[in-house]
Design a protein around this ligand. Structure first.
Ligand code: COA
Length: 379
């Protein structure tokens, strides 16, 4: 067999230029359109960051007012999307619900056949505005609760929480949620974004690309890890009232056992970052605030125990999903809703990439090296 240099998993392969974000594993940094994500998380609303990802610049006050009004006007759950969700079993995975909803929204969009940049921007904003209602309603219906109508007087994050829980949340909780949305928004050519770009490269439509991206994000090696982290916590056993030290000791023992069995522990490791994920310190600070707010030190014990044991055994660092999972748990989201929250955020990054791909498109069609049987013929 001829020697071919296969880059399994496209590891290390640079496939195109992008000006949406820059991941630098050497300096553990992540820039959205040039701005460090930590600065954006500390100072901006998710709406401002969405605007930045799509337009390349932060909005002026006037632009933000117009953009915010546009987003608020698109928040209500489309009755047809609701009907389709209601037709799905309550046991459907929320990612399947999200994926189906994105597809229905595409088929129903007034500009479905229009692939101009203006139409795509409209579609992107529509998806961004509408997805929280899908995620919120799907969680509610599993609890036997009805739709909570959006509130135009609340920002994106406060309204998302309102539609999910039917109660206004205190500013600390809204802020932690806003931080998570900003951190999840964009991360260069990850698997789901690449999926969206591949679909776009065929000149298929924006909703098809987003629908495919949601499918890619579902997997536990990608976005599904935030949900998987909570399953780990559950398997170890969450015992409210347990001391931080006791919880940490149990978590350490669990991790040592898991690694002895050569298990992959979700929420750790990253294809690009090898010295730690740039987003983790910011998300961990948000988690710490939530642990203090809800008075749940045992969760910090579990978090620390797993992290320390992994560090000692393999020096593998946590990724963003590790602190995000328990943060969403504390806020009251069902574990299966965690990855849809990632979808709601990442719609911004995906659609920025879809528009960038179309601006300088080339069909993405790699080659493969055939290793099957030599040519043969029917008897
Ligand atoms: N738990 C245990 N071991 C891990 C690990 C984890 N989460 N992540 C990596 N490793 C180990 C592998 O077992 C492998 O060890 P080996 O060389 O002894 O076989 C080594 O580290 C390299 O891992 P590999 O999976 O080949 O690296 P990758 O670059 O392909 O993996 C991920 C990146 C993200 C797929 C991987 O770290 C992983 O599966 N993590 C868990 C899922 C997750 O949290 N995903 C969210 C990413 S943001």
């Amino acid at each position: 067999m001829a020697e071919v240099d296969i880059k399994k998993g496209l590891d290390g392969v640079v496939v195109d230029y992008t000006s949406v974000s820059k991941v630098n594993p050497d300096t553990n940094s992540l820039l959205y359109r040039g701005y460090p994500v930590q600065e954006l998380a500390a100072r901006c609303s998710f709406e401002e960051v969405a605007y930045l990802l799509w337009n390349g610049e932060l909005p002026s006050q006037e632009q933000l007012t117009e953009f915010t009004a546009r987003e608020r006007a698109g928040r209500a759950l489309d009755p047809v999307v609701k009907q389709v969700i209601d037709a799905l079993p309550e046991t459907s995975h929320p990612m399947d619900v999200c994926r189906t909803a994105a597809s229905v929204m595409g088929a129903r969009h007034a500009l479905a056949e229009d692939a101009s940049r203006e139409a795509n921007m409209t579609k992107a904003i529509d998806l961004f505005a509408a997805m929280p209602a899908v995620v919120a309603y799907d969680q509610r219906r599993r609890h036997g609760q009805g739709v909570v109508e959006p509130r135009e007087d609340l920002g994106y994050s406060a309204n998302f929480l309102w539609m999910t829980f039917g109660e206004e949340q205190v500013p600390e909780v809204v802020e932690a949620f806003n931080v998570s949305m900003i951190l999840y928004a964009e991360h260069s050519f990850n698997a789901s974004t690449f999926t969206a770009r591949v679909i776009t490269s065929t000149l298929s439509d924006l909703h098809s690309a987003v629908t495919g991206a949601i499918g890619a994000l579902k997997g536990p090696l990608h976005g599904g890890a935030n949900e998987a982290v909570m399953h780990t916590f559950d398997e170890i056993g969450i015992r409210p009232q347990e001391s931080l030290e006791e919880a940490a000791a149990r978590a350490k023992a669990w991790m040592e056992n898991a690694l002895a069995q050569k298990k992959k522990v979700m929420g750790f490791g990253h294809r690009v970052y090898k010295h730690g994920d740039s987003r983790v310190p910011t998300m961990k600070a948000a988690l710490d605030k939530m642990i203090a707010h809800y008075g749940r030190p045992e969760l910090l014990g579990l978090y620390n125990g797993l992290e320390q044991a992994m560090e000692e055994a393999k020096a593998i660092k946590p990724n963003l999903d590790y602190p995000a999972g328990p943060t969403y748990h504390l806020m009251g989201f069902d574990t299966a809703t965690f990855t849809p929250l990632f979808v709601a955020s990442r719609i911004t990054g995906w659609t920025a990439h879809i528009m960038e791909q179309l601006d300088a498109n080339s069909l993405i069609r790699p080659l493969s090296e055939y290793v099957g049987p030599e040519e043969r013929h029917l008897p």
